[in-house]
Design a protein around this ligand. Structure first.
Ligand code: ZN
Length: 318
């Protein structure tokens, strides 16, 4: 029996290797394709229920010439998805155009671009975030959280980030999200290894990377299961997680406010230094007087005060 009973097929778009040097993205892609084209029951269910659009290598020119990050023209294609220059950035221009045409036909459930990460460990995702809309904020995090449950010793939900950064608007992830694909992700697979569970401290093999392609398919079926138990469970967990985070952030802010000592200028409500340079000596005089007035008065202070008029008179005499 099929786990899905939709009449019209939703679409899933998967791409890889926009950055030529990130070879691990290709291993994940190979694992994904091996599984999807295989004989398993789950693979059949996936093929029957979804339209898959796959671009296994977005930057073949860059790969052939051995670039690490750029195209043949020396450009980072993953910063140029917004381009109107079809001939300068053909791969990403046509990918985005293909997605636009696909969206006119059917709902695109999910977009994911496979990458490799050269500093962080584990596998994780970058997603987008609809600020201000709590229910969307939670929904956008469900797929990555499910990945972390299915591949718990390789995929770290803690390392996932959900942001729409200004300087990343030209990425596949953000441009697809802006087209209207709510679940739009970059999946980063480490060049290193795992820090999680029983795999802690071990390097990833190509087989490990391929397994991520399998977990991706497995998670897709969980994500779309008509029995919403797992999705609901994840949403509840996310609500608790985000609630705690907001509380922690609020506490941090209060602590910061309490900790921070104010400068004399702030405490006395004085003008910033140099704001009234001609009146500066006066201000300083006034404020130093008020400081003295606040000091605890002992005998020597009283003595000094008594002496003051005398000193003043002396100065006048000179
Ligand atoms: Zn990359």
């Amino acid at each position: 029996a099929n786990r899905l009973n939709t009449s019209s097929k939703k679409a899933v778009v998967v791409t890889a290797r926009v950055h030529p040097g990130e070879t691990n993205g290709s291993w994940v892609m190979e694992g994904f394709l091996d599984f999807l084209l295989g004989d398993s029951e789950d693979a059949q269910i996936l093929r029957e229920n979804f339209v898959f659009k796959v671009v296994p290598m977005l930057n073949p020119d860059g790969v052939v010439v051995g670039n690490y990050r750029c195209s043949l023209a020396g450009r980072d294609l993953n910063r140029n998805y917004k381009t109107l220059l079809k001939d300068s950035f053909p791969c990403v221009w046509h990918t985005r155009d293909m997605v636009k045409r696909l969206m006119a036909d059917t709902e695109v459930l999910l977009y994911c671009d496979f990458h490799g990460h050269n500093r962080k460990n584990n596998v994780f995702m970058y997603g987008c975030s609809s600020r201000g809309d709590t229910s969307l904020t939670l929904k956008e995090r469900v797929f990555p959280l499910m990945m972390s449950k299915n591949a718990s010793n390789k995929f770290s939900f803690k390392s996932c980030k959900f942001r729409v950064e200004k300087n990343k608007e030209g990425t596949g992830r953000i441009s697809m999200w802006k087209l209207g694909i709510r679940n739009s992700y970059t999946m980063e697979a480490t060049f290193g290894g795992s820090t999680l569970d029983d795999r802690r401290g071990t390097h990833f093999s190509t087989q490990d990377l391929k397994s991520l392609g399998f977990y991706f398919c497995d998670t897709l079926l969980d994500f779309c299961d008509p029995d919403k138990t797992k999705v609901t469970y994840c949403l509840t967990e996310l609500a608790t997680m985000l609630g705690k985070k907001q509380l922690q952030n609020a506490e941090k802010k209060v602590k910061k406010k309490k900790k921070r000592l104010k400068s004399r200028r702030e405490r006395n409500g004085l003008q910033p230094d140099g704001a009234r340079s001609s009146a500066r000596p006066k201000v300083l005089q006034r404020s130093s007087k008020s400081i003295e007035a606040d000091l605890p008065q002992d005998n020597t202070d009283k003595q000094r005060k008594r002496e003051k008029p005398v000193g003043g008179e002396r100065r006048k005499q000179q």
